[in-house]
Design a protein around this ligand. Structure first.
Ligand code: GRG
Ligand code: ZN
Length: 332
């Protein structure tokens, strides 16, 4: 089997600077651009998260005014269901993933009155199970991603009192593996996306002190490949979105300097589309708003001062998070 090491390279003529203006145009016009009609149809079920990726990306670029605020808030209002949770699209079923995206957008727009907050809190709290875990919706799938979504939603709404936080923390800690990583459930394989969710949840619960931060940080910094990009688990390809899941996790642990910042920056910049804007998963691939946000967010964490600072736990502008009086725990 061919090793992934060295299989992905940044071409010499790949972009080396951040294409700020092109990304603003790409994100601001994504949903109205006929070129993306097919992707838009296929991703209809996650439109709410798409709106969060686009708005957050534009906030980092200082161009949030390019989106129609009232249209987006009207859409959110239409997606909150009688159960209190928020769906990915109008007429769909609610889920914690989209409920968090809706809360994040409303916080960025300072418009929480768009939502029926007491009912939303009841919905989130109702998804907690006796072992402290969270199911994503009424169908019952349990995953540490959903623990993060629930805890992040309630933190932003200042309603952590609605759940059993001690049990929620114990469940997340029970998903910590011998290799230093975290999985989706107890004894599941370590994965960088799950790592971000678990460290984010423990940060918001103020329980990072219970971890061996060196062992955890070591699993994370081993995700960097020779070309600079980061993968999500051993022997996998590098992907720009892991510049967020891994870098944010290292940042929460106060160990961002454990990776080579220059080569990961080069990898993200090489994944930009030099003609139409946007960032893809790796150099030469097709761009999408998901990788565009996480590429920009990674660059912001790495200190690009042309972008607004980002909070490593909530993946929202630091200004918004502080404005709500939220100070997630980070280790130094
Ligand atoms: C507020 C930023 C934010 C997130 C909300 C849903 C969520 C919380 C986090 C998702 C974390 C996660 C599990 C990310 C991984 C996404 C991803 C690229 C999955 C692909 O997995 P595989 O197995 O890919 O297809 P690999 O790279 O392992 O081959
Ligand atoms: Zn990806």
């Amino acid at each position: 089997m061919k090793s992934v090491e060295g299989s992905i390279k940044c071409a010499d003529d790949a972009p080396k600077e951040l294409l700020h203006k092109l990304h603003v145009e790409y994100l601001a016009t994504y949903s109205s651009n006929p070129k993306h009609a097919m992707e838009k149809t296929i991703s209809e079920y996650l439109r709410m998260s798409g709106a969060y990726w686009t708005l957050t990306g534009l906030r980092l670029l200082g161009a949030a005014d390019r989106l129609d605020r009232s249209e987006l808030l009207r859409f959110i209002g239409q997606c909150q269901t009688p159960a209190g949770g928020v769906a990915g699209s109008v007429g769909h079923d609610p889920h914690l993933l989209y409920t968090l995206s809706a809360v994040q957008i409303c916080c960025m727009y300072d418009a929480l009155d768009t939502l029926d907050v007491p009912r939303l809190v009841e919905y989130v709290a109702g998804l907690q199970r006796p072992d402290g875990s969270f199911q994503g919706d009424s169908w019952g799938e349990v995953d540490t991603r959903f623990s993060f979504c629930a805890i992040a939603c309630l933190t932003l709404l200042n309603r952590l009192d609605a759940i059993d936080t001690a049990a929620a923390g114990e469940f997340v800690l029970s998903c910590h593996n011998w290799d230093g990583g975290f999985g989706s459930r107890p004894r599941s394989e370590s994965h960088a996306g799950q790592m971000y969710c678990c460290l984010g949840a423990l940060s918001l619960l103020g329980r990072l002190g219970e971890l061996d931060a060196d062992r955890t940080g070591w699993w994370l910094c081993e995700r960097q490949l020779p070309a600079g990009g980061l993968n999500g688990r051993p022997e996998k390809l590098p992907d720009v979105c892991y510049s967020w899941w891994v870098l944010a996790s290292l940042s929460i642990l106060g160990r961002l300097h454990w990776i080579d910042e220059e080569s990961v920056t080069r990898f993200i910049l090489a994944s930009q589309d030099g003609e139409d804007g946007g960032i893809s998963d790796r150099p030469g691939d097709v761009c999408d708003p998901f990788h565009t946000l996480f590429g920009l967010a990674g660059l912001s964490l790495l200190g690009d001062r042309s972008l607004a600072p980002i909070d490593p736990v909530l993946c929202m502008p630091t200004e918004t998070v502080r404005g709500r009086g939220v100070r997630p725990q980070v280790l130094t």
